[in-house]
Design a protein around this ligand. Structure first.
Ligand SMILES: [Zn+2]
Ligand SMILES: [Zn+2]
Length: 374
C-alpha cells in the first residue's frame, strides 16, 4: 500500500521531466538494489518504494492521473498545516513563536476530513456518507513561548487560538432557517465522489455537500452552508512550574466545540522556553551570575543575591575567590515533581574599566608592593 508522495519518494520535484525522473530512478535503484544490499531489510523496503513510485511516475499516462489526484488535494492530509493561529492575548507574558505559532489540525473532526483517502486509493473501496452522529470537536496543537521565569516558577499565560467550530446559527447543518435538506445532486447522496480510473480510482468527500450526502435548499448565511466557522478562542494557559522546552500539556475539552453533541476537542500545547540573559538552568539547578569587583574577590566579602522568586540570599566569599567559582544555595533551584534543585551562584570578577586618580595610585602601590611591572 503506497502511503507516500511519489515525487518525494524519488526525491524529484513535481515539475521534473520524464528524463530527470528516469535518471533519478536509475540512480536510486542502483543504490538500493537487493543484489548490492544483501540482507538489508531497509534497503529492500526502499527499493520496493522506489519501484512503486517509478511504476507510476515513469509512465506518462499514469503520471497524468496521479498529478490530477494531487491537484485535487488527495495529499492534503499529509501536508496539512496552517500558518498563524495562536496569538498571545492582551497583556500576555507569552509570545507565540516566530510571530504566530504553528497550528496544525491534528483531528479534523467533522469538517471535510480526508484522512482515509489512501486506504481507498488503490483499492477503490467506496465510502458511505459521512457519519451523522456526534463527533469530537476540532483539536488544535500549538507552540507557546514563555519567559524563563514563567517556565521555572509556573504562571498563567493568555493565548488566542483559531478553531473550527460548528456554526452556531445552523447548528452545523449548513441549512438556512426553514430550508429543507435534499439529496446532494453532485454525489447522489453518497457523500463521496470518485475520480481517476483503474488503479487510481479514489474517493474523496463530495465538495458540494462536504460528505454529508445532503444539501439544504437554502444555505445558512452565517457559514455559507459549510456548517462550520472559524472562531477565535481565548484560553488562559496555566504553565506548570519547572517546564522545559518541549514540555507538553493537553487541555482536554478546551478545543473546538463538539459536533452534534459530541465532546469538545482538545488543545495541545508544546512549550518553548525563552532564553534569559541572566539565568540558566541545568536540570533542576538554576545558575545565575554575580558580578563582584576585584577587591571583593581578593579580600573576601559577603554578597547579596536575589533569587528568581525575589528572595534575598547572602553568600560569603572567602579570600581569593576566582572568577567562575560557583556557590551552591541548597533548595533554591527549580521545583518539579516534588524535587527541588539548587541555586548556583557563579562569581564573575569584574575588572574596572576606569579608575579614579586615588584608585589608580593605590593600584600602582599594590603592584609595586608585589614587585610587579605595569
Ligand atoms: Zn451555519
Ligand atoms: Zn454531495
Amino acid at each position: 500500500m503506497a502511503q507516500k508522495d511519489f515525487y518525494a519518494v524519488l526525491g524529484v520535484s513535481a515539475s521534473a521531466t520524464a528524463d530527470e525522473i528516469k535518471k533519478q530512478y536509475r540512480r536510486l535503484a542502483k543504490q538500493y538494489h537487493p543484489d548490492t544490499n544483501k540482507g538489508d531489510a531497509k534497503s529492500a523496503d526502499r527499493f520496493k518504494e522506489i519501484s512503486e513510485a517509478y511504476n507510476v511516475l515513469g509512465d506518462a499516462e499514469k503520471r497524468k492521473q496521479y498529478d490530477e489526484m494531487r491537484r485535487l488535494g488527495a495529499f492534503d492530509p499529509f501536508t496539512r498545516s496552517r500558518p498563524g493561529g495562536a496569538r498571545p492575548g492582551a497583556g500576555s507574558a507569552g509570545r507565540a513563536q516566530t510571530g504566530g505559532a504553528r497550528v496544525e489540525d491534528i483531528d479534523i473532526g467533522g469538517f471535510g476530513g480526508l484522512g482515509d483517502l489512501f486506504s481507498s486509493m488503490f483499492g477503490g473501496g467506496a465510502r458511505g456518507p459521512r457519519p451523522s452522529g456526534p463527533e469530537k470537536g476540532q483539536s488544535v496543537e500549538t507552540t507557546l513561548e514563555v519567559p524563563f521565569r514563567v517556565a521555572v516558577l509556573g504562571g498563567k499565560v493568555p493565548i488566542e487560538l483559531e478553531v473550527n467550530e460548528e456554526c452556531g446559527t445552523c447548528g452545523g447543518s449548513g441549512a438556512a432557517k426553514g430550508a429543507r435538506l435534499q439529496t446532494c445532486p453532485e454525489c447522489s447522496g453518497r457523500g463521496t465522489i470518485s475520480f481517476g480510473q483503474g488503479s487510481f480510482a479514489v474517493n474523496r468527500p463530495c465538495p458540494l455537500c462536504l460528505g454529508k450526502g445532503q444539501v439544504p435548499t437554502e444555505k445558512c448565511a452565517a457559514c455559507n452552508g459549510a456548517g462550520a466557522s472559524r472562531s477565535h478562542k481565548k484560553v488562559l494557559i496555566t504553565v506548570p512550574e519547572g517546564i522545559e522546552s518541549g514540555s507538553k500539556i493537553r487541555l482536554k475539552g478546551q478545543g473546538g466545540r463538539g459536533v452534534r453533541g459530541g465532546p469538545n476537542g482538545d488543545i495541545l500545547i508544546t512549550f518553548q522556553v525563552r532564553e534569559d540573559a541572566e539565568w540558566e538552568r541545568d536540570g533542576l539547578d538554576l545558575i545565575v551570575r554575580a558580578p563582584v569587583n576585584i577587591a571583593q574577590a581578593t579580600l573576601g566579602s559577603r554578597i547579596s543575591v536575589v533569587t528568581l522568586d525575589e528572595k534575598r540570599v547572602t553568600i560569603t566569599l572567602p579570600k581569593g575567590t576566582p572568577s567562575g567559582k560557583r556557590f551552591r544555595v541548597r533548595g533554591q533551584g527549580i521545583t518539579k515533581d516534588k524535587q527541588k534543585g539548587d541555586l548556583l551562584v557563579e562569581i564573575q570578577v569584574v575588572v574596572p574599566e576606569t579608575l579614579t586618580a586615588e584608585q589608580e595610585k593605590l593600584m600602582k602601590q599594590f603592584a609595586a608592593a608585589g614587585g610587579l611591572e605595569y
